[in-house]
Design a protein around this ligand. Structure first.
Ligand SMILES: Cc1ncc(COP(=O)(O)O)c(C=O)c1O
Length: 370
C-alpha cells in the first residue's frame, strides 16, 4: 500500500484549492430551528398530497422541467423563455457566476450578505469587490454606485438582505442597473414574500436584470431544493447552457403547481410571521436588546462579546439561533429566524433568561460565562 501522505494524487484547480469553505452548522437540529430562516411550521398540505401521489413512473423517468417552468413563468407574468428553475437559489448563484465571470472581472458585493456569493465567487477567476455597509447595516447605495467600474461584471444584491434584514429600494436598483449596463444585476429575492416588494416585473424591460427567487423560505420547501432565475431571454439562453437540465428533480417539480396554487396557505404563513415579528420586536425592545430593522422572517440582534455563549445557552434551552459574528461588521451579532407567535414566545422567554444570566456573569467579572 502506498503511503497516502507521499503518494502521487490528482490536484484540483488552484482556484478550488484556495476556495472559501462553507460549513453550515447543521448536525443535530432537533430543536426549535430559528437558525436558517426556514419556514418553521410546514409547507402547504396540498404539497404533501402531491407527494403522496408520486408514481413509480415519476421516479423512473428523467424529470421534465419545461412544462413546470412554463407554469411558474405564467404565474409570475413572464414568458417561459425568461425563466429557469434551479436546485435552490444556491445553484442559481453558482450558475450565474459560471456563466458570466471571467478573469479580470469584478463582482460587486454589498456586505455583510449571504455567504454563498463569496463561496461561489472564490471558485471563479473574478475579483470580489466588497462594499461594506455602515454600522446601521443599511444598504450601502452610494458606496455601491461609487464602486462600479468598467470591469464590473456582476452586482449581486440580496433584497431583502441577510443577515441584516435591510432593503434596497426599487429606484435604487433601477439606478444601479442603469449605471452598469454591461454588468448583470442579480437581485436575490429569497425573502420576497415577507417584504412584498419586487423588481421581477422589470425583467425583460431592464436588459441586465436577473431576479432569483426561492421556495425554501415562505413556501416551506427547503428540503426539496427549489429556486428560479428570471431574466431577459438574451441572457437566460446563456444561463441555460451552463445549467444542468436535470438539477430539479421530479419530486420537486411535482410540488410546484400545488405550492403556487395554494396562495391561501402562503398568505396565512406570511401573516403569522409578520404578526410574530412585531411582537418579538416589542419584546426585544423591552429586554433592551439592540436590533436592526427587518423586512424579512428574521432579525439581527446585538448580543456583544458573549455571542458564542448566548448561542450555546439558547441551544441548551432548545432553541437554535445563528451566530453571525464572523460576518464583516457583525461582531457580537446573532440572527434569529421568526416563526409563529407561539414559537417566538418560547424564544423570548429563553432569550430573557439567557441575557439576564449573561449580564449577571458579566457584572460579576466572569466575562464569558461557562
Ligand atoms: C439571501 C439568500 N439567498 C439564497 C438563499 C438560499 O436559498 P436556497 O435554499 O433556495 O438555495 C438564502 C438562504 O438562507 C438566502 O439567505
Amino acid at each position: 500500500m502506498p503511503d497516502p501522505a507521499t503518494a502521487l494524487h490528482p490536484t484540483p484547480r488552484a482556484r478550488v484549492q484556495s476556495m472559501m469553505e462553507y460549513h453550515p452548522p447543521l448536525g443535530s437540529r432537533d430543536a426549535l430551528r430559528l437558525d436558517f430562516n426556514e419556514n418553521t411550521l410546514a409547507c402547504s398540505p396540498k404539497v404533501r398530497e402531491a407527494l403522496a401521489r408520486i408514481s413509480t413512473g415519476d421516479l423512473t423517468r428523467y424529470p421534465e422541467r419545461q412544462p413546470v417552468e412554463a407554469l411558474v413563468a405564467a404565474h409570475l407574468g413572464l414568458a417561459a423563455e425568461q425563466l429557469s428553475l434551479t436546485n435552490g437559489v444556491d445553484e442559481a448563484i453558482h450558475v450565474i457566476f459560471e456563466t458570466f465571470l471571467e478573469a479580470g472581472d469584478e463582482l460587486l458585493l454589498p456586505i455583510p450578505t449571504y455567504t454563498m456569493y463569496e463561496v461561489y465567487a472564490s471558485a471563479t477567476d473574478a475579483r470580489v469587490v466588497p462594499v461594506q455597509a455602515a454600522d446601521d447595516l443599511k444598504f450601502p447605495y452610494e458606496r455601491l454606485l461609487a464602486a462600479i467600474t468598467p470591469r464590473t461584471k456582476i452586482i449581486a444584491i440580496a433584497n431583502p438582505n441577510s443577515p441584516s434584514g435591510s432593503v434596497a429600494t426599487r429606484s435604487q436598483l433601477v439606478e444601479i442597473a442603469r449605471r452598469a449596463p454591461e454588468a448583470v444585476l442579480l437581485v436575490d429575492e429569497a425573502y420576497f414574500h415577507f417584504h412584498g416588494e419586487t423588481v421581477i416585473d422589470l425583467v425583460g424591460t431592464q436588459p441586465n436584470l436577473i431576479v432569483a427567487r426561492t421556495f425554501s423560505k415562505a413556501y416551506g420547501l427547503a428540503g426539496l431544493r427549489l429556486g428560479l432565475l428570471a431574466g431577459p431571454v438574451e441572457l437566460m439562453r446563456w444561463v441555460r447552457r451552463v445549467l444542468s437540465p436535470y438539477s430539479v428533480n421530479s419530486l420537486a417539480l411535482a410540488c410546484l403547481r400545488p405550492a403556487l396554487e395554494d396562495k391561501t396557505y402562503l398568505d396565512w404563513y406570511v401573516s403569522k410571521v409578520l404578526e410574530a415579528r412585531k411582537e418579538f420586536e416589542a419584546a426585544l425592545d423591552k429586554a433592551g436588546v439592540r436590533r436592526w430593522p427587518s423586512r424579512t422572517n428574521f432579525i439581527l440582534v446585538e448580543i456583544g462579546p458573549q455571542h458564542a455563549e448566548f448561542v450555546r445557552r439558547m441551544r441548551v434551552a432548545g432553541i437554535l439561533v445563528r451566530d453571525r459574528s464572523n460576518d464583516p461588521g457583525c461582531d457580537g451579532r446573532v440572527r434569529i429566524t421568526i416563526g409563529t407567535r407561539e414559537q417566538m414566545r418560547q424564544a423570548i422567554a429563553a432569550l430573557n433568561d439567557v441575557v439576564a444570566a449573561l449580564r449577571i456573569a458579566l457584572k460579576s467579572g466572569k466575562g464569558e460565562a461557562q
